[in-house]
Design a protein around this ligand. Structure first.
Ligand code: SF4
Ligand code: SF4
Length: 136
């Protein structure tokens, strides 16, 4: 897995759009839909009665609709059950879990410069977000 530091580049040492996406496979962009949300991950444990779900490797409530993390892996077959959760699950912080919302998105990130991200050369919008989100 890619350590967080590897894409924490100084201003002026930016990655290209393609480079950024290659280094952060779970790059989340509002414009690109739900392709890497927890609900489509093989570790996602569906919640009951529309309640929050869980994860076999990450602690706490997990949003199938909005959440994602560095360990996303495409779901195959039946989803896991709560009893499949590992005893030593990571914290959300350790997994770089993010849940883009009205408070967590590119517009509230310390790396945004106008409509561009200081970490790479692409443009970003308020509906976009990525694993490197950091509170401004
Ligand atoms: S928190 Fe990560 S590993 Fe767990 S379901 Fe979501 S994307 Fe998958
Ligand atoms: S502004 Fe922040 S959240 Fe948006 S792409 Fe850049 S680092 Fe990621």
């Amino acid at each position: 897995m890619i350590p967080r530091q590897s894409y924490m580049l100084e201003d002026g040492e930016r990655l290209t759009d393609a480079g950024m996406k290659a280094m952060i496979p779970m790059f989340v962009r509002g414009r690109e839909g739900d392709s890497h949300n927890c609900g489509g991950c093989s570790m996602f444990i569906p919640g009951k009665d529309d309640g929050p779900g869980g994860c076999t490797i990450v602690q706490g409530d997990i949003s199938g609709e909005h959440g994602t993390c560095l360990y996303w892996a495409k779901a195959k077959g039946k989803p896991p059950k709560a009893s499949d959760a590992h005893d030593c699950r990571m914290t959300k912080s350790e997994a770089d879990y993010v849940e883009p919302s009205s408070k967590i998105n590119c517009s509230t990130c310390k790396f945004v410069r106008g409509n561009r991200c200081a970490l790479w050369r692409g443009t970003v919008g308020p509906g976009d977000c990525c694993m490197a989100w950091s509170q401004r």
